[in-house]
Design a protein around this ligand. Structure first.
Ligand code: PMP
Length: 444
């Protein structure tokens, strides 16, 4: 069997570890089991429960046992198309909606079906480039900076595409906004400008809008409004509906990209067949997006916004650079102003930074390098989800939406999370000596 091991493993997966987000979750579980008090800011999982009407719909659908069409349950595809029309102002046909076991799997299937180059704008979500690598696809990176709000501008996009080649070679640009890890989003004007460049270079845009409904002030705008013919709009239940473990994602295509939807459907039909039937039936209820779901989201956004405010203040006071997030659960921390001091403490790269935050501070984070930033970048992502979302939502529901949440709300309902953020600040300031801890190897 040793020979097998040496020669038969696909070269594309050799040396690739488990996805960084899932690995950190395992490590936190392990450390907690060993009795350590760990702040779990690693995996970006919604802190909120699935809305009750959607849970009820799942219960009611438990007896649904048929295989469903590879593209997805007709009723669900209609609900998704209607959702994008009503909520995003984007016209999509139900027959061009593809339902998959998580948008992550759909992205993998897309990269499998598509032969062009993948264009990414780091910091970007952890799985885009490993998927490209597993499939042996070429990808290019257009780096962004703290100064540009961690966003690619139309000009920068144009310059990079022109630099590489001015012809119309096939390229797929993945945009994600509100962004994981940075929380950044694009303004309507920025999207219009990017759309113009995308049209000029005939790019296909995969618009990953999985956090769209978690825009903190509910002002999410889709690029599909300005570049409908080339945009695949990605959504799903994992973030705004708190149902990551249910594994349901959606891609909505324009008629111009029907060929890609068809190829992906073929792959789906030969691999996973279709998404779990009860979950698809329940998802119809979620995408119906009625007043129950909207109220759930209003409260979710209000709680998240309330958490972000003190967190960013505490971190900035400690000298860490951080942008105010427009949406989602994340903050992308830039420790570069503290570089000199950190170097004296032996921290000169993102992995060591994340490792030391865990070992000394007891806070799990992910290094910026997992998001495509250079190893030398002193950045980490924290997911601010380590609180009891059900209790926080229930408390928020007792306060009318027209009113702001009182100052005491975060301390009362998300106190542990703020304590974790303070730990990061104290560690950055080289504050009170942390308790002696055994070394972990979470990020090795
Ligand atoms: N895109 C982004 C930006 C994400 O953060 C995630 C999940 N962390 C996904 C896609 C995948 O989500 P899912 O497969 O659960 O739909």
């Amino acid at each position: 069997m040793n020979v097998q091991k040496l020669v038969s493993l696909n070269l594309n997966v050799r040396g690739l570890g488990q996805s960084a987000t899932l690995a950190i979750k395992d490590k936190c579980r392990e450390l907690r089991r060993a009795g350590r008090d760990v702040y779990d800011f690693g995996l970006g999982q919604s802190p909120f429960p699935v809305p009750e009407p959607v849970v009820e719909a799942l219960r009611a659908a438990a007896t649904e046992k048929e295989y469903l069409p590879a593209r997805g349950l007709r009723e669900l595809r209609e609900a998704v198309a209607e959702f994008h029309r009503r909520v995003d102002g984007v016209d999509r046909r139900a027959d061009l909606v593809l339902v998959g076991p998580g948008s992550k799997e759909l992205m993998f299937v897309l990269q499998l079906a598509y032969y062009g180059e993948i264009v990414l704008t780091p910091p970007c979500w952890v799985s885009y480039w490993p998927q490209a690598r597993i499939l042996g696809r070429r990808f290019s990176l257009i780096h962004t900076s703290f100064e540009s709000g961690w966003k690619v501008s139309a000009q920068r996009l144009h310059d990079s595409l022109r630099l590489v080649n001015d012809d119309l070679r096939p390229r797929l640009l993945i945009l994600n906004y509100p962004n994981n890890p940075s929380g950044a989003t694009f303004s309507e004007d920025e999207l219009r400008e990017i759309a113009e460049i995308a049209r000029r270079y005939e790019l296909i845009v995969l618009s990953d809008e999985i956090y769209g409904r978690l825009h903190l002030t509910d002002q999410h705008v889709s690029i599909a409004r300005f570049y409908p013919e080339g945009t695949i709009l990605a959504s799903g239940l994992s973030k705004w509906c708190g149902a990551g473990g249910w594994r349901l994602g959606t891609f909505s295509f324009p008629p111009e990209l029907d060929w890609l939807a068809s190829a992906m459907t073929t792959i789906a039909s030969e691999t996973y067949t279709s998404v779990c039937a009860p979950v698809q039936h329940a998802a119809v209820r979620a995408f119906a997006f009625d007043s129950d779901i909207q109220a759930y989201l209003q409260h979710s956004r209000r709680v998240l916004a309330a958490v972000m405010r003190p967190a960013t203040t505490i971190l900035r006071d400690a000298g860490i650079r951080v942008r105010d997030p427009a949406g989602g659960f994340y903050l992308f921390l830039d420790f570069s102003p503290l570089a000199e001091r950190l170097a004296q403490r032996g921290v000169t790269d993102a992995r060591t930074l994340a490792q030391r935050l865990l070992d000394d501070g007891g806070v799990a984070s992910l290094p910026g390098s997992a998001f495509g930033r250079s190893r030398r970048d002193l950045t980490v992502r924290i997911a601010l989800v380590d609180f009891d979302g059900a209790a926080a939502l229930a408390a928020s529901r007792t306060i009318p939406l027209e009113q702001a949440l009182p100052e005491s709300f975060v301390a009362e309902h998300c106190g542990r999370l703020i304590a974790g953020v303070r730990r990061i600040a104290a560690w950055a300031e080289d504050g009170p000596a942390p308790p002696q801890r055994e070394t972990s190897d979470a990020l090795s």
